[in-house]
Design a protein around this ligand. Structure first.
Ligand SMILES: *Cc1c(COP(=O)(O)O)cnc(C)c1O
Length: 365
């Protein structure tokens, strides 16, 4: 039995009719840009998250870029973030001409270690950009405490954490601004690219709305140089169908994770830890092992997909090698050597999970 990382075909078998109906309605309306579905999706996402404003944009990368700009980050500023993330986190900082300052991670959660923040703050620091990696929130209370005390903005990278909680509040509502991705494989995924910026700050939301539409509030009147970064109506209509199921999908991910963990506990394959301060939504189910490569090879031979997120931390990427030559991040580098993400999606069956565990455990015995 071949087992993929994600199974969007299974999703389409369940939702296809409803999605095709929504798409046909948009096609017949011929309203494709900033129409009723984008507006409704923004309202529904804001209500679901419990946040005042949600502004739809063209991708998660754009959400980060526009949010950083709207939050007042400028060229020459420093933004403290993690190197154990997807490159887009740092790209968005670079687009502004700001500089990412990488701090190490907490090995238990793989998220930015709040204890490393103070030492990284300089008089150029403007913002902190935590990533809620794999679907588990970073430890936001100490991050917010430091940010408030030092006058820094907090931009959350929620690309992997749609629906995750931190002490009873959803990610994307904890900092000054939250940035979501609707890349197809994310917990809430479109059938193409998409993203969302969330905030309780009226001025910040207004800035993102202006920036996503050519710096314009009124058509053909341009107050700043903006971008073309709009979510289209087709994607918004599809996302609305899927948003109705997000609680069930995330619950299924959590059940799948619990089944994996029950079977792997006590073995040389270390299951992910839940920090205990909120709901992990398992965008990825990521284990650790010193024999990661052997496990991955055995899985591949059995037709089971697995993936390494991320094999090279950002400060070791070719593009950053020269700029960060002197920087060592021991926990980040150890994680990059040891992590392995196993198949995880809302349609994963108990039989598939048992098979993955059987093959993985046999590889380390
Ligand atoms: C997916 C992802 C992004 C970028 O989102 P896109 O929609 O692909 O642009 C940013 N940060 C993280 C952590 C991601 O996983």
């Amino acid at each position: 039995m071949n087992i993929p990382m994600v199974d969007l075909k299974a999703e389409y078998r369940e939702l296809g009719m409803e999605i095709e109906k929504a798409v046909r309605e948009v096609l017949a309306s011929s309203h494709f840009i900033l129409g009723p579905h984008v507006k409704a999706l923004e309202q529904e996402v804001a209500a679901y998250l419990g946040v005042k404003h949600a502004v739809a944009v063209a991708s998660g990368t754009d959400a980060l870029h526009l949010a950083l700009r709207a939050a007042g980050v400028q060229g020459g500023d420093e933004v403290i973030t993690t190197a154990f993330t997807f490159i887009a986190t740092a790209e968005a900082i670079a687009y502004i001409g700001a500089r990412p300052v990488f701090v190490d991670i907490d090995p238990a959660t793989f998220n930015l270690d709040p204890g490393a923040l103070e030492a990284a703050i300089t008089d150029r620091t403007r913002a902190i950009l935590p990533v809620h990696l794999y679907g588990q929130a970073a430890d936001m209370d100490p991050i917010m405490e430091i940010a408030r005390r030092r006058g820094l903005r907090v931009i959350e990278d929620c690309a992997q954490s749609f629906g995750a909680d931190y002490r009873g509040r959803r990610t994307g509502t904890l900092g000054d601004v939250g940035c979501f991705s609707f890349y197809p494989s994310k917990n809430l995924g479109a059938y193409g690219d998409g993203g969302m910026v969330t905030t309780n700050d009226d001025a910040l939301a207004d800035q993102v709305r202006v920036l996503r539409d050519h710096g314009s509030r009124v058509r053909y009147h341009h107050s700043v140089i903006g971008y073309n970064s709009r979510l289209d109506e087709l994607q918004a209509a599809i996302l609305r169908v899927k948003l109705k199921r997000i609680e069930a999908y995330n619950a299924h991910r959590r059940e799948a994770a619990a089944r994996y963990t029950a079977q792997l506990a006590g073995s040389p394959i270390v299951p992910p830890k839940e920090a205990g301060y909120g709901r992990h939504v398992y965008h990825q189910y990521t284990v650790r092992s010193g024999r990661r490569d052997a496990i991955q090879k055995a899985l591949a031979e059995a037709g089971i997909a697995s993936a390494i997120y991320y094999p090279i931390p950002l400060h070791r990427q070719e593009v950053y090698q020269a700029a960060y030559r002197g920087l060592t991040l021991p926990e980040t580098e150890a994680a990059a050597r040891e992590v392995l993400s196993l198949p995880m999606h809302p349609y994963l069956t108990p039989q598939q999970i048992d098979r993955v565990c059987e093959v993985a455990l046999a590889a380390v015995r």
